[in-house]
Design a protein around this ligand. Structure first.
Ligand SMILES: C[S@@+](CC[C@H](N)C(=O)[O-])C[C@H]1O[C@@H](n2cnc3c(N)ncnc32)[C@H](O)[C@@H]1O
Length: 253
């Protein structure tokens, strides 16, 4: 169990300044037609393939969501309990169920996208506070996890490779022996924007991510990256990422 505290060089602003609704509006309004669709679609397919391959080993009937701020947890609750003002995720469910799962050629269920959204609402049993920079990262004591997945997270909250490695160790400490960590991330990115505001990121490569995982006692089982198109590289809009990556690693028992 790692007890090292991650320095909070760039983290503080996420406490006060992160505008959840604006972030969702900018990055999750729609999925088809997104300028990065071609870049991220193969990774989402990889994730689905990974889960299909390994999920029979786990109880997949429940999911616990770890979220940093009260505002973000509130946003998920709005969606889970179908309250007014909730973000509309229907486009993402349609895309995931109709397009991505069909693309893998092995749809796991005959449920349509609406039923899948309802099922996920039911299966999320807890929404737990998580500050990966704290000695004990979770707001409530939890049984260890079979699998933890992150998306665009550690590289945007850690200021140095040292902090990044400590955060990976912290996540690994929350896993069962034999459990998996998957991460979907931007590679070689120094900033992304929300509205006019720039958010700093740690410039990190796939090799450094793999090194952090192996330092934390993980065996890397998937490590993929895809470079952004020349057009995206020449005209950076919402970020200066050079590529995206997906890794999956297993905690060595
Ligand atoms: C760029 S957003 C990514 C959100 C979402 N996972 C996604 O894929 O779009 C970065 C996330 O890191 C979270 N975060 C910031 N500081 C954190 C910390 N110390 N521990 C855990 N999460 C943190 C923020 O609250 C925010 O949700």
């Amino acid at each position: 169990m790692g007890t090292r505290k991650v320095a909070r060089s760039e983290v503080r602003s996420y406490v006060n300044d992160f505008e959840t609704k604006e972030y969702l509006r900018q990055y999750y309004a729609s999925v088809e037609g997104d300028p990065d669709e071609e870049l991220f679609t193969p990774f989402h397919r990889k994730q689905i393939e990974f889960y299909k391959k390994h999920s029979s080993k786990w109880d997949c009937k429940t999911a616990r969501l770890l979220e940093f701020s009260g505002e973000e947890r509130g946003e998920i609750e709005l969606w889970k309990f179908e309250k007014e003002g909730a973000h509309d995720w229907s486009g993402h469910f349609k895309f995931a169920v109709n397009k991505l799962e069909n693309m893998t050629g092995d749809a796991t269920t005959s449920l349509n996208w609406r039923d899948r959204e309802t099922l996920l609402r039911q299966r999320i049993t807890e929404i737990i506070g998580c500050d990966i920079c704290q000695d004990y990262a979770l707001s409530r004591k939890q049984d260890p996890f079979n699998v933890i997945s992150t998306s665009h997270t550690l590289e945007v909250i850690c200021g140095t490779l040292f902090e990044y490695k400590a955060a990976v160790k912290k996540l690994v400490s929350l896993l069962k022996p034999g459990g998996f960590l998957t991460m979907f991330a931007d590679e070689c990115q120094t900033f992304y924007t929300i509205g006019q505001k720039k958010w700093p990121c740690l410039y990190i490569t796939l090799e450094q991510v793999k090194e952090a995982l192996s330092d934390a006692g993980m065996m890397v089982v998937v490590a993929e990256h895809k470079e952004a198109s020349m057009e995206q590289l020449q005209n950076p809009t919402t970020s200066d990422h050079k590529a995206m990556l997906f890794v999956a690693a297993q905690r060595v028992e």
